[in-house]
Design a protein around this ligand. Sequence first.
Ligand code: NAP
Ligand code: MG
Length: 398
Amino acid sequence: MSKIVMKTPLVEMDGDEMTRIIWQQIKDIVIQPFVDLKTEYFDLSLVNRDLTDDQVTVDSANRTRELGVAVKCATITPNAQRMEEYSLKKMWKSPNGTIRAILDGTVFRAPILVDGITPFVSSWKKPITIARHAYGDIYRDAEMTVSGPSTAELIVTYPNGQTQIKKIHEFSGPGIILGMHNTDESIGAFARSCFRFALDVAQDLWFATKDTISKTYDHRFKDIFQEIYNKEFQTLFEKAGISYFYTLIDDVVARVMRSEGGFVWACKNYDGDVMSDMLASACGSLAMMTSVLVSPDGKYEYEAAHGTVTRHYYRHLKGEATSTNPIATLFAWTGALRKRAQLDSLPDLEDFANRVEKASIDTIGSGMITKDLDALLDHPNKMTVNTSEFLKNIASRL
Ligand code: NAP
Ligand code: MG
């Protein structure tokens, strides 16, 4: 059998711990027997990030800007304990944060739905994708406690010395204040990523803020989305038969709960943080959640939503075969291969990506699962297997 040929290489970002082990297994068992895999390899393991002073992360993101599509393994974000465990030179920043800053992207997360694993929200039949704005608001705020009676004001100073002043509150006793910001540029980039992604997946886009209360701040988000939609996307949306829908955040939450899914839900930074955790738990497992970073100029970085599954890795190091779920990491690979196939017009490769996803869902549907799915899957004869047996079953269906 001849292997499927690729044109442009993927940017391959390898990672840490259990997911690094699974990464290799996915390539060996599912992909390379069928595809003449072309990648440019970057080792983002913590050891190599430390060795290269984190230059490898920057290089991999810059190469993604050039080649257009990357697939990333989960990586350790160092903390004090990791500093010691890996004898690090420095507490390197989160690779995802670095990559996101270079690609200026928006993160889209969607659950993988399988028959037999019923979401806790019984009306949901199709996946809901959450798009989280990854810049500003309370994540870049300035906060203060106020110790007693005082006047709190917002002051903006322009380079020419001109100022804008607005009173926040006249305090009669102790209290707290917070200042936060966003930029037209970042909101615009977020909006374009969302519109483009909705077109890509041919699904409606929903967006919500609290503009009735926040008449300047949240209203700016609403206006920027609407302006960009009218100018750049309305015609494309109409042609694709999809729609853009704006409402209030409380209204959207009620509608999401009653919906059957199958749309993209754009969220401000905090809403996206909270709502993606709700979506993941309502759908069962973090191991069944995909994630893709899309830049406003159409560069893509695919990954799993979960981390490096440390506890399983320590068991692996003791020689145990673990039953870690490889689905989200495998779908990062299929997502990247499908996007590459579409950009390079390679129907065989696109078909392969689709078949791997179907084979994965069929394997779970047959009752063969990893341990994390045991409590979630409703099936008369379930069989829990280890990761490599699970991947071999998927490959056997290709
Ligand atoms: P985690 O790796 O997602 O794991 C948390 C727990 O969720 C695991 O202990 C496991 O539960 C379960 N789990 C997650 N993925 C699973 C899978 N594929 N199959 C089966 N069970 C799975 O999160 P964490 O333990 O908080 O973080 C570990 C490391 O990952 C940290 O160093 C963190 O910095 C990093 N991290 C990286 C990313 C990223 O690169 N995108 C994201 C998050 C965290 P049981 O142990 O109960 O089986
Ligand atoms: Mg959260």
